[in-house]
Write a protein that binds this ligand. Sequence first.
Ligand SMILES: *Cc1c(COP(=O)(O)O)cnc(C)c1O
Length: 218
Amino acid sequence: MSIQKNLADITKQINGRATLVAVTKTRSEEEMREVYQQGFRVFGENRVQEILRKKPLFPADVAWHLIGHLQSNKVKQILPHVALIHGVDSEKLLHEINKEAGKAGIKTNVLLQIYIATEESKFGLDFHEADNLLQQYQEGKYPHVNISGLMGMASNVESQEQIEKEFSCLQQYYQKVAKPYPFLNTLSMGMSGDYEIALQHGSNMVRIGSAIFKSEPA
Ligand SMILES: *Cc1c(COP(=O)(O)O)cnc(C)c1O
């Protein structure tokens, strides 16, 4: 019951501004079925093995998004199964995805992950690296991928001001590159704790897990 209510609350909050990626990592098949039954069709997972295991359990109309860090040696395995890879965080990875997609005869949708947090542990490209990849892409270097946008994660901190600063920074970069690169149409930012701030800063794709699956306060 609470999943249904949580989803209704979140949907209301999003208010048509963004696509909801229901982050189902570590969740059971039963929990995920409830999300499916409420009409949601985009599931986000951060591990290749978990997508491979769960995908056969659900109808084919689920779009599986890989939201976590992807290792180059797992690219080949996962490509045929994902609708969007959010975490392209290096030239090497983009190169590998392009190569394997070409071999498989498919075109893979990806987002470039930009490093916006102040924390050491987060993956991502800096603006300069992203500029270079976008330019190479426009020049035709990666014909088997479709770069449709950017993704970012804010620092995991209490300070709303800090989070706002980070999202605002990515929003400004997105607006800057969307002009020369009009194929960019997705800005993936915002998780359970910060998606409202992300939406205020132009996010049109939010990745939400714990807020969907939390149980009713006793
Ligand atoms: C787990 C995860 C999320 C969802 O986090 P919640 O706080 O549970 O909403 C979003 N994005 C990425 C990349 C994640 O790994």
